[in-house]
Ligand binder design. Sequence first.
Ligand SMILES: C[S@@+](CC[C@H](N)C(=O)[O-])C[C@H]1O[C@@H](n2cnc3c(N)ncnc32)[C@H](O)[C@@H]1O
Length: 262
Amino acid sequence: MNRYGKPFAKGEPVLILDRKDREYYDILEKDKVTNIRGDLLQHNDILGREEGFILESQRGTPYRIFRPTLGEHTRLMPRGAQVIYPKDLGMILIWADIYPGATVVECGLGSGAMTSALLRAVGPRGKVISYEIRGDFIRNATRNLHNFIGPKKNHIIRQMDIYEEFVDDHVDRLILDVPEPWRAIEKAAPHLRPGAIVCSYSPTVLQVKETVDTLRRLKCFTQFQTLETLLREWNIEGLSVRPNLRMVAHTAFLTFARRLQT
Ligand SMILES: C[S@@+](CC[C@H](N)C(=O)[O-])C[C@H]1O[C@@H](n2cnc3c(N)ncnc32)[C@H](O)[C@@H]1O
């Protein structure tokens, strides 16, 4: 678990950067060694130290040692399912207005990337309930969550098919990352409180169309909005001041709607 501002302890994730800014990720353990293409870094030389220092490997190569941010953890942690990328996590937190104390239902848990961001945003007074159909994904996500934010009493995992059953009430926010979100919306709609916000994350426009058609047909939603986030990084080095040549051109569309009283 990530212990911000404190010396590194075992069980924590660590971010290792080489001279070319390539990123390596590991979980710190006593006597463990990280092998970077045959170059060895001893975890005993990291444990007990504050982040932001330079560690020389066995071959004398310098590496910068940091705690991964939530975004870095999301990109580098072991994956079961495809994760929601940091650019979209940021949008979801603000556009779906995830607030301290909220009860948020998400589906599916996947690798737990969205869950880490949600648990941080709802804080100790809030609650995150994750529906996930696959046991192997639940085990992987639980490990990722424990590694990054530690076990949380306010996180509930339900191994269930959300298209079949929705068992939670007074839900403030619903975040969907499943292949057929419209089926989940039909099940969940009666359990959302008036004013609740739904956010659906879908890679294709066919999914978006079906989702928005369903939201409109149910006649208990309003304020429909669909958007995507394009993130373009820039290179600033000497006279080379220009956009990067490569970018992630597409991840998914975000669709939002708000529950009306019925
Ligand atoms: C793309 S992944 C979610 C990734 C997750 N949002 C993250 O950021 O790590 C989709 C997940 O939904 C789960 N899933 C698909 N259909 C489901 C259903 N009907 N009920 C519950 N979970 C479902 C899949 O097993 C998979 O883990």
